[in-house]
Design a protein around this ligand. Structure first.
Ligand code: FE2
Length: 600
């Protein structure tokens, strides 16, 4: 049984392929087209999935699209008509893209895959999200929470799921996901966060992380004002006060005059962000006190919208717990990438185990749609738990070596894993920043050791060095630590049952550092003493684990700085050529590419 899931035309297109219920390949389209957050038809990702499994399109039993286009079309029609003529712009623009592209999704998929019409299925957007988490988890039953910008109509849903594993009840299985309560467009926590993302000078659907990174530099002094925009019930249900927003009738603005009257003028798009605290530790040419003071006001707004988001998510999670009576929580949707809120849900709600898969946003809908079809529509038993994130494409030695030669560089071969690991550690101890490229690239937005840049986290200056010379990105943005799974609790407080907290594997939860520990790993400790840690186990990634283990033996600190292997504004590297391009354009000292070592 071969099932291909597809998501596209909103943001982060992707494809994922199941063979007999087991995931064999999954990738986001941006890695192939090199356009960040590419939302076009995912031809590159589909071709990769088929090639990886040795299948042709016509070998598929089903293709499944991650949402129902006609329901979505209906939502756009009805909601723009409700605000007509103010919404004329949105109406016109969306009609053009719908008639040019989106309404033809069915024939586009069938043509691409050479499939008959009866082999194409559609799943609800939030059902795809829910399935992407639950059917990757090891749980027999769980509470389900999905929160995003918007799907067809739903923007958040709470429910429960169950699926028995074969052999656990005479082999009989009944797989079910029930979304029992929902919030509908235009009331949306994701769109509220995005409105503030735009207000704070970042790109919507791209800069949400930056708002979260900015928040610890501020204090939540504007929480009351944020609550003027949103009414929240005890169960986490909410309604936006639409008189502050324009995303439902404008193509260019997400918030309006009334919003500006409340919060002041928006921050200049992509202007340098630095508060007085940042200015004191890192002064750059052109930076000044006055701008730092103004930025403090924006940081306080970021802290406030982040705090409100966390409060709402906590309420929703507690409600999901009551509704389901389960100790297990499965979360998905773009808002489930809010790793600060996720950490709080883990620490402050009664859930004992949490599952979020690495592509929690819309790219993950491709995987969820395929899983939903396999387990719920077709009723097939479960056989798969997602234990790691390495589902993308890999490239062989020949391709890697010719990529090195093509840019006029030479390489050394070091096939022994232990020796390679100790070479990496020698570099890190010498203060060098290195690229680690191996095997299949990661599924989802995070680099987790196969397309990573590594550095010594003990050196406070490493944060500025990596920001300024490698990543060319804003100095306020934090770097993340990677730590051996069994030693994470020596550094972070309140981790609970680490092996069962799957989001820790995927860098999806932020935790406070233990007293005195933050100072030892300054380059990966964010303002306020927190870290968005990744834990790693030898069986998931032997080389990565060995490097951290050896570094720990040499320094007493089994932690490294890990950031994604890419230049600012580019997707994470995919091919060896992408890796060498980043290596050549940055000040990375060495590139470790499977068995190959390239130096400058
Ligand atoms: Fe979504």
């Amino acid at each position: 049984m071969n099932i291909l899931g597809i998501s596209c035309y909103y943001h982060d297109s992707a494809a994922a392929l199941l063979v007999d219920g087991e995931l064999v390949a999954a990738a986001e389209e941006e890695r192939f087209t090199r356009r960040k957050h590419d939302f076009g038809f995912p031809s590159g990702a589909i071709d990769f999935c088929l090639t990886q499994s040795g299948l042709r399109g016509e070998d598929l039993d089903y293709a499944v699209f991650y949402e129902k286009p006609l329901l979505k079309f209906e939502r756009i029609l009805l909601s723009t008509l409700a605000t007509y003529p103010r919404s004329y712009g949105v109406f016109r623009e969306s009609m053009i893209t719908w008639f040019n592209e989106k309404l033809w999704i069915k024939s586009q998929i069938l043509t691409k895959l050479n499939l008959p019409e009866n082999k194409l299925l559609f799943a609800d957007h939030h059902m795809s999200h829910a399935a992407s988490a639950f059917f990757c988890s090891p749980y027999n039953e769980a509470a389900v929470l999905t929160i995003d910008g918007v799907g067809e109509w739903t923007t958040a849903a709470v429910g429960r799921a169950q699926a028995l594993w074969p052999g656990r009840e005479n082999g009989r299985t009944e797989n079910r996901i029930e979304l029992l309560q929902e919030v509908r467009f235009p009331h949306s926590l994701g769109l509220l966060y995005s409105a503030f993302t735009a207000f704070l000078g970042f790109r919507v659907n791209n800069g949400e992380y930056k708002v979260m990174g900015m928040a610890p530099y501020g204090r939540p002094t504007r929480v009351e004002d944020v609550y003027k925009l949103i009414e929240v019930g005890d169960d986490g249900g909410f309604r936006l006060k639409m008189e502050y927003f324009s995303f439902h009738h404008s193509t260019s603005n997400t918030f309006n005059r009334k919003f500006i009257d409340l919060f002041g003028p928006p921050r200049v798009h992509d202007a340098d962000f630095y508060t007085p605290a940042i200015l004191r530790s890192l002064a750059k040419p052109g930076w000044n006190e006055e701008t730092a003071r103004v930025n403090q006001h924006y940081a306080d707004i970021a802290a406030s919208v982040q705090a409100v988001t966390e409060e709402i998510m906590l309420k929703m999670a507690r409600h999901a717990h009551q509704l389901s009576g389960s100790k297990n929580l499965c979360m998905a949707g773009g808002v489930a990438l809010n790793s600060v809120a996720n950490g709080r849900i883990a620490r402050e709600t009664p859930f004992e185990r949490i599952y979020i898969q690495p592509a929690a946003g819309d790219s993950g809908g491709a995987l969820g749609a395929a899983l939903y079809a396999h387990h719920v529509l077709l009723g097939k038993p479960r056989r798969f738990v997602m234990e790691h994130a390495y589902w993308g494409q890999s490239y062989d030695a020949e391709r890697q070596q010719s990529a090195v030669s093509a840019c006029g560089r030479t390489f050394e071969l070091e096939p022994d894993l232990d020796r390679r690991a100790s070479r990496i550690v020698d570099d890190l101890l010498a203060g060098k920043v290195i690229g680690l490229y191996q095997g299949r690239f990661e599924w989802g937005p995070r680099a987790l050791g196969n397309r990573s840049i590594l550095a010594d986290p003990r050196r406070a200056e490493m944060k500025d060095i990596v920001n300024a010379t490698i990543k060319y990105r804003e100095p306020f943005r934090p770097f993340a630590p990677v730590v051996l799974e069994e030693r994470a609790a020596e550094y972070y407080a309140g981790l609970g049952d680490v092996p069962n907290m799957y989001p820790l594997r995927y860098m999806l939860m932020v935790y406070p550092t233990l007293d005195g520990r933050g100072e030892q790993i300054q380059a990966v400790t964010h303002e306020g003493g927190t870290g968005r840690l990744q834990v790693v186990r030898r069986e998931w990634n032997p080389l990565y684990y060995r490097v951290i283990e050896l570094f720990g033996q040499a320094t007493g600190v089994p932690v490294l700085l890990n950031t994604s292997f890419n230049l600012r504004g580019e997707p994470i590297v995919n091919t060896p050529e992408n890796a060498l391009n980043t290596f050549n354009k940055s000040e990375l000292a060495a590139l470790y590419m499977d068995d190959i070592i390239v130096r400058k």
